[in-house]
Design a protein around this ligand. Structure first.
Ligand code: ATP
Length: 353
């Protein structure tokens, strides 16, 4: 089922939660809505589900205008962060619930409901736990039951709102891989909300980066990481540094020093140089290098993250150096950008290295 979101706006008591959102989701695609708290991810998901009505614009399910469809007719499967399974029902009864409450004409026979619930229990790899009650399951197992329950109604679209948000890091990682496998096997069009960039990048075919009720960029993990369309996307996806520079005659000046970068096509004016910590190399001090004083050093698993204070304003940049290199606070280091992007302060156009 293709979903088309066409120029959607949503206002709550005059507060604009979504502004002019357009997005095409292809049938069978796994799409992540990624953004900080309050960026409008859940509101967009609820609009697709029919739990909210747009203030303007339309949602299309294939060729059908979804506004003419009731929530039941939209036939979406929903999994929330804290999906309340029915406590008094066994796992199997929870999974079959959506089928049991169908009107009699569309309700499968009891034995068929049981057969389908058991097949789904197999799919989510909990075959032995069908007779347990939710309180007898771990958090990760409960979310798997919630997913089986959402799949039981054979939804046209699967919507997941931070489905693993309440689980610990290790379980989250396992469930991520597992969800991807289930998706590839069942082929549902799936939209999931997360504020965890790693989760979005690892799981999704395409990531929709949202901020302030708008879409900043839609793309594959590679596209949003390697070619961020705006300073917001650059900073939100992965670690980043931003240094104020001035562009004059195709050269970039940092604190009055001309940086050793190839000629820039950018017109003169103020701009920002965006760099990832691993895109700065420690070099011998020389013309055009960036020199700073080590303010702090942190050990991460495979590297050291060195915080350098640069220029008269003491702007900070983080540089990733190999763990084998000893670095101490107070030391002077020279670095050179290997890759970077320049964003104008006035517009979000990027000049890639
Ligand atoms: P989070 O990651 O914190 O869940 P989100 O990106 O999912 O955030 P939304 O829940 O979609 O964000 O909320 C977007 C904005 O709309 C927020 O500022 C929120 O306060 C506001 N909002 C959402 N629902 C309502 C509502 N029912 N009434 C009023 N304002 C709302």
């Amino acid at each position: 089922m293709d979903i088309r979101i066409e120029r959607i706006a949503k206002t709550f008591d005059r507060y604009p939660a979504l502004n002019d959102i357009s997005l095409d989701i292809r049938s069978g695609e796994l799409v992540a809505l990624l953004g900080p708290s309050g960026s409008g991810k859940t509101t967009l998901l609820r609009l697709i589900a029919g739990l909210e009505q747009p203030s303007a614009g339309r949602v299309w399910f294939g060729a059908e205008d979804a506004s003419s469809l009731t929530i039941q007719e939209r036939n979406v499967g929903f999994v929330f962060q804290h999906y309340a399974l029915f406590k008094h029902m066994t796992v199997l009864d929870n999974i079959g619930f959506g089928l049991r409450v169908r009107p009699s004409g569309r309700r499968p026979a009891k034995a068929e409901i049981r057969r389908r619930a058991e097949a789904l229990l197999d799919l989510v790899q909990l075959s032995d736990l069908g007779r347990r009650f939710p309180a007898q399951l771990s958090g990760g197992q409960r979310q798997r039951v919630a997913l089986a329950r959402a799949l039981a109604i054979e939804p046209r679209v699967l919507l997941l709102d931070e489905p693993f948000g309440a689980l610990d890091a290790k379980v989250r990682k396992d469930l991520r891989r597992w969800l991807r496998e289930i998706h590839d096997r069942t082929g549902h069009t799936t939209v999931f909300v997360t504020h965890d960039q790693e989760e979005a990048m690892e799981l999704a075919d395409r990531v929709v980066v949202m901020s302030n009720g708008r879409i900043e960029q839609v793309g594959s993990a590679d596209e949003i990481y390697d070619a961020p369309a705006s300073p917001f996307v650059f900073s939100f996806i992965g670690a980043s540094n931003a240094l104020p520079i001035r562009i004059a005659g195709g050269q970039a000046l940092l604190d009055g020093t001309v940086l050793d970068l190839p000629p820039l096509a950018e017109r003169d004016g103020e701009a920002r140089l965006y760099l990832r910590p691993h895109d700065l190399a420690v070099v011998d001090a020389g013309e055009g290098t960036i020199i700073g004083t080590v303010a702090a050093v942190r050990r991460t698993s495979g590297h050291r993250l060195v915080e350098l204070a640069i220029g008269s304003a003491g702007d900070r940049v983080e540089v990733e150096v190999p763990a084998s290199r000893a670095v101490s606070a107070g030391e002077q280091l020279a670095v050179k950008p290997l890759r970077w992007r320049i964003y104008r302060d006035t517009n979000a156009q990027a000049l890639a290295a």
